[in-house]
Design a protein around this ligand. Sequence first.
Ligand code: CO
Length: 140
Amino acid sequence: MIGRLNHVGVATPSIDESVKLYRDVLGATNITEKKAMPDHGVWVCFVDLPNSQIELIEPYGEKSPIHAFLQKNPMGGQHHVCFEVDDIIAARDEMRAKGATVLGTGEPRIGAHGVPVIFIHPKNMGGVLVELMLKPDGHH
Ligand code: CO
């Protein structure tokens, strides 16, 4: 069912500080401006790699869903992995049929890439929070 790895999500207390690591230490050259996603409670910024992306996420507002993660991991850390799927509703239904817990209402939400996404609870995925996203149009 899953297709390409679209991105790896990395939570950070400071996107600005993390950008220094990816740009100055690791030498990434294509890094987007950070943008606010108030509905999701995060700031996001993408580090483009030849074959994938790192999605840096920083809390936005008091109700950010990544506060708890950063309390457990104060330096930040790897937060989720995101795979592309051809049909997000079919993917959700298949996950549920296989006993996995789809987070939230289960209705896909528009994610940072402008396409619908769902998240699968890490308890069903060997401790890894899995994001599934509709394969973006014309993407690779
Ligand atoms: Co993501």
